[in-house]
Design a protein around this ligand. Structure first.
Ligand SMILES: [Cu+2]
Length: 165
């Protein structure tokens, strides 16, 4: 009986240790951040979202304690043809069984007013709030040297096991 109890305890512990990333509905991969200065500066976060559910999903809001303000941003050409960032109203849609990349030159998460300086290797705790999946926690490493992801360069090596879909 002793052995069974130990096994049960180990199993319970491993279940508790399961990261929130292994979510049934939404899978986040390859998160990283770039920052452009010290305290008070801005930063941008890029990551890939996969919707494993058969219902349309929506990223409503993003929160982090590292900045005064966190916004969903996109890039679009202004009247003068210059690309500008602006806040996305109403969140980002991720259709059923599809993905959406937050990437350089496109949609991204903007950190405004960093509370302290961040350097390469620092980790930003981020909470993504989805319409259906609810809150999903992501740890985002600061990596200013990261090159924009090449097309098809998707990999999951740094991630928790993906939900099977
Ligand atoms: Cu921005």
């Amino acid at each position: 009986m002793k052995r069974f109890q130990l096994l049960a305890a180990a199993l319970a512990a491993s279940l508790l240790a399961m990261p929130a990333l292994a979510h049934d509905g939404v899978h986040i991969s390859n998160p990283y951040a770039r920052v452009n200065g010290g305290q008070g500066a801005t930063g941008a976060i890029f990551l890939q979202i996969e919707n494993h559910a058969d219902v349309d999903e929506r990223l409503l809001e993003v929160k982090s304690d590292v900045a005064e303000k966190v916004e969903l941003h996109t890039h679009s050409a202004g009247a003068d043809g210059v690309m500008q960032m602006r806040a996305i109203e109403g969140g980002i849609a991720i259709p059923a069984l599809q993905g959406h990349d937050l990437k350089r030159g496109g949609d991204h998460i903007m950190l405004m007013g960093l509370k302290s300086a961040l350097k390469d290797g620092d980790v930003i705790p981020l909470t993504l709030i989805f319409e259906h999946a609810g809150e999903v926690q992501v740890e985002v490493p600061v990596d200013n040297a990261r090159k924009p992801a090449a097309k098809g360069a998707m990999n999951h090596d740094a991630m928790a096991p993906a939900a099977s879909n």
